[in-house]
Design a protein around this ligand. Structure first.
Ligand SMILES: [Mg+2]
Length: 98
């Protein structure tokens, strides 16, 4: 994962795009790419697998750059959120969505 993140950052820096990658711009881009993902299901559930993979990748790349923009570590913040999710949705039967 860390090598992939380095590649993504290198790709951005080689093109001098960091100046455009403010947190607000990246947040907007995540939402725009999520809408592009939804386009695959706009009129039918028969979707283009490759396009779904491309749009998921766009979303994740922007998410990784947003995490980098706020000086955090992807694995750390996901693990922290998983702990919170574990507390919120404990294995107590009354707390599990079925
Ligand atoms: Mg896209």
């Amino acid at each position: 994962m860390k090598e992939l993140i380095k590649e993504i950052i290198k790709f951005r820096d080689e093109r001098d795009w960091k100046k455009y990658h403010t947190l607000d711009n990246l947040s907007k881009s995540i939402s725009i790419e999520a809408a592009e993902l939804l386009e695959n299901f706009q009129w039918s559930n028969e979707y283009d697998h490759e396009n779904v993979c491309d749009e998921l990748s766009d979303i994740m790349i922007y998410c990784i750059m947003a995490v980098e923009a706020i000086g955090e570590d992807v694995e750390t913040i996901i693990r922290n959120k998983m702990v919170k999710n574990g507390m919120k949705y404990s294995l107590d039967r009354n707390n599990i969505l079925r």
